[in-house]
Ligand binder design. Structure first.
Ligand SMILES: NC(=O)c1ccc[n+]([C@@H]2O[C@H](COP(=O)([O-])OP(=O)(O)OC[C@H]3O[C@@H](n4cnc5c(N)ncnc54)[C@H](OP(=O)(O)O)[C@@H]3O)[C@@H](O)[C@H]2O)c1
Length: 311
C-alpha cells in the first residue's frame, strides 16, 4: 500500500517504519524533523518536513498530493504525555498536537474525491480514566479526568472521518521496548540494582509489546474487517508490583525498593498520575478479531524487549 504516516518518528515509529517497509509498503512520513530515518530513506520512504498540527502545512502541495495518493494513513502524532509538568500551556500542547492534527487530517481527507481507504488513528487506555479495581472493555464509558477528556476529544476528531474511509482507533496501552516509554525509563534503574515498583504497586499496567502493536497497525491497514475502536493491549494486564517483580526476574536483579510516588509528583505534578494510577484494560475486540499475539505473556515480552538483537 501507499501510506501516509504522521507522528511515526518516535518510540513506536522507530519500529513501525522499518516493519511496514519490510512488508513491502511505500511510505510518506510527515515529521517536524528533516529525515528521522536517514538509513532507510529511498524510493519507498519519503519524508516531508512539516508540522501536522499547523493548518499551513495542509496547504502544501507536497502533503496534499501525498494524502491524495495514499491508500492508508497512520496518525500517532502527539506531544509526549509523561515527560513534563502539566502546566496550562503544556496541557494545550498535549491536546492540540493530537486533536488539532487529527481534525486537520480528517478535514483534508473529507475534501478528496477518492480519500485513502483507511485511517488508523492513535488513542490511549487513558480514555477510561483510572481505577484500582474496574476492568475496561471497549464499550466502557470514558473517564472524566484530564487524559479521559483528551482521549475523548482525540477520538471524536477521528470519528468525523467521512464514511467511504474505514476508521480504526487504537487505544494504546503501555508500549514495551528497550529504547523509550515506561520500560526505557525503568531499565537503567533496575540494571543498577535499585529497581522496584513505583508508588503503591497496586496500580494496573495494561501493556503491549511494541512488535505486537506494529503488527496490529499493519493488520488494521491491510485487513478490511478491522473497523472501529480496539484496546491495543496484551491479554494479561498486571499490577505495578508484579510488573516490577517480573522485570527484576528477567534482568536477574532485585525488585526491592519501592519508589515513593511523592517524589514523582514533585517532578511531574499531575503528570505523575500516568505512572501512579492505572487501569485494567482488556483487548476484547482484538480477541474477537482473532489477532495472534507474538508476546501475549509478560515474561516473554520483557525478555524480548530487554535482549539485544531481539525485538
Ligand atoms: N509509548 C506509549 O507507551 C504510548 C501509550 C499510549 C499511547 N501512546 C500514543 O501513541 C503515540 C505514539 O507514541 P510514541 O511513544 O511513539 O510517542 P513519541 O515517541 O513521543 O512520538 C510522538 C510523535 O508525535 C509527534 N509529535 C510530538 N509532539 C508533537 C507536536 N507538538 N505536534 C505535532 N506532532 C508532534 C512526533 O513527530 P515529529 O517529531 O516527527 O514531528 C513523534 O513522531 C502518541 O500519540 C502517544 O500518546 C503511546
Amino acid at each position: 500500500m501507499r501510506l501516509l504516516l504522521l507522528g511515526c518518528s518516535g518510540f513506536v515509529g522507530r519500529e513501525l517504519v522499518p516493519f511496514l517497509l519490510e512488508l513491502g509498503h511505500t511510505i510518506t512520513l510527515v515529521s517536524r524533523s528533516t529525515q528521522p530515518f536517514p538509513a532507510l530513506a529511498g524510493d519507498r520512504l519519503l519524508c516531508l518536513k512539516l508540522d501536522p498540527a499547523d493548518p499551513a502545512s495542509w496547504q502544501h502541495d507536497s502533503l496534499r498530493q501525498a494524502l491524495a495518493g495514499a491508500q492508508g494513513v497512520v496518525n500517532l502524532a502527539g506531544e509526549p504525555i509523561a515527560e513534563r509538568r502539566w502546566t496550562p500551556e503544556h496541557l494545550e500542547r498535549l491536546a492540540s498536537s493530537r486533536v488539532r492534527t487529527t481534525e486537520l487530517l480528517v478535514q483534508a481527507m473529507a475534501q478528496l474525491p477518492h480519500p485513502p481507504a483507511v485511517l488508523v488513528n492513535g488513542s490511549a487506555v487513558g480514555y477510561y480514566g483510572t481505577s484500582a479495581d474496574d476492568r475496561f472493555g471497549e464499550a466502557a464509558a470514558p473517564g472524566d479526568d484530564v487524559l479521559g477528556q483528551l482521549c475523548r476529544q482525540w477520538e471524536a476528531a477521528a470519528q468525523a472521518l467521512p464514511s467511504p474511509s474505514r476508521l480504526v482507533i487504537l487505544r494504546i496501552g503501555i508500549v514495551l521496548g528497550p529504547d523509550g516509554g515506561a520500560l526505557g525509563k525503568m531499565l537503567p534503574v533496575f540494571r543498577a540494582g535499585f529497581g522496584g515498583p513505583v508508588g503503591s504497586g497496586r496500580q494496573w499496567m495494561s501493556w503491549i509489546h511494541r512488535q505486537d502493536l506494529c503488527r496490529m497497525i499493519a493488520a488494521a491497514l491491510e485487513d478490511t474487517t478491522y473497523n472501529g475502536v480496539y484496546n491495543a493491549v496484551a491479554p494479561e494486564p498486571v499490577r505495578m508490583a508484579d510488573f516490577a517483580a517480573a522485570l527484576g526476574r528477567t534482568l536477574g536483579r532485585p525488585s526491592l525498593l519501592p519508589a515513593p510516588g511523592a517524589i514523582l509528583r514533585l517532578l511531574l505534578g499531575d503528570g505523575a498520575q500516568v505512572v501512579l494510577e492505572g487501569q485494567q484494560v482488556l483487548p476484547e475486540r482484538l480477541a474477537a478479531q482473532g489477532f495472534r499475539y507474538q508476546y501475549p505473556d509478560l515474561s516473554a515480552a520483557l525478555a524480548a524487549a530487554t535482549s539485544p538483537g531481539l525485538r
